[in-house]
Write a protein that binds this ligand. Sequence first.
Ligand SMILES: [Zn+2]
Length: 406
Amino acid sequence: MNAPTPHSALAPVQASDLAALPLIEKWISFATVSRDSNLALLDWTEAYLNDLGIQCSRTYDDSGKKANLWATLPAHDGETKVGGIVLSGHTDVVPVDGQPWNTDPFQVTVIGDKMYGRGVTDMKSFGATALMMVPELLKRQLKRPVHLAFSYDEEVGCIGVRRMIADMVAQGFKPAGCIVGEPTGMQVVIAHKGKHAYKTTVHGFEAHSSLTPLGVNAVEIACEFVAKLKSMHRTLAANGPFDPIYDVPHTTVHTGVIAGGTALNIIPRECEVTWEIRHHHMNSPEDLFAQAKDFADSLVPAMQAVAPGTGITHELKSVLPGFATEADSEIAQLCFHCADVDPQSGAGKVSFGTEAALFHQAGVPTIVCGPGHIAQAHQPNEWVTLEQLAWCERFMRRLADQLCVN
Ligand SMILES: [Zn+2]
């Protein structure tokens, strides 16, 4: 990915220069690991917005322990539904278990020009900076409404936001654009790849390991299947199609987990392979899956010749669509301006998935732009530079200039 620089240089930044610092500190202090409740963070945020006269609505998960928070800042003429933009971010963070942290991950620590804490990059700083701007947006009066969309369970497959978007559509909200503040180094990301995740299960036949001709070895057949996936990946990497704007310019096929077998002296009965296709717009995940399935099907007659009940099954575990927004669209142009980057060098496409695809799918033109870099996300000692945070604040201020009457 290109590393954009703003047209106008930013002065060296001290933590005390950051207006959003108290809000970032507050949000980081809630340990909202995806498996745990995010309601304490939401309660605090809702109280903050209520104090400013803004009402919020929630959509809960089935357990009632996690929720999305949606808040609308009305336009000066009272309009709440049509037009305007969504500032979107997830409230959950990945776990810190087993990671060697040098500081308390749930407390912001500033050392030199960096801020440390779980979620400072991915992605509480963007949401907190948006909250910091609310008083100013209200005071300067909005031409069109602005919506804040804070989700749960993004890190476990963009689960939570789906309910919020369904509710947004059901309530008749028709925003003209959405900015998802995932870490892009303040680059304006106009597309990302889609992801299809699968579980393939080889159903073999158990036998004593001294009697190999009588068994169907699920682990060995699974390995043949994994080798096929790898060869598909190699073909894509060698021959494309390529979209050079992506950091990884081709579609990828990857095996994440393989599990099977119980003991050395037993021919394994079952083996599971969890794998994914991450595709750009020039590849069809359905076609790639069909290639993999055809190969698996070709292995089955030999398996069934040994034991009739054997076979290979596939399960589509999750789908995250890709998205692509035109660089000359209104939302992209707005973001190039606010980020103060060149539309040529500042436009990016990334290989990681985000909630942007789901807003895009719901008909809302969306871009991804936020402080920090994905390389620091999910890491021990997750950090973001103060310069990136200042850049995000300046983005929000320039956005306010565009969105406000005064
Ligand atoms: Zn994230």
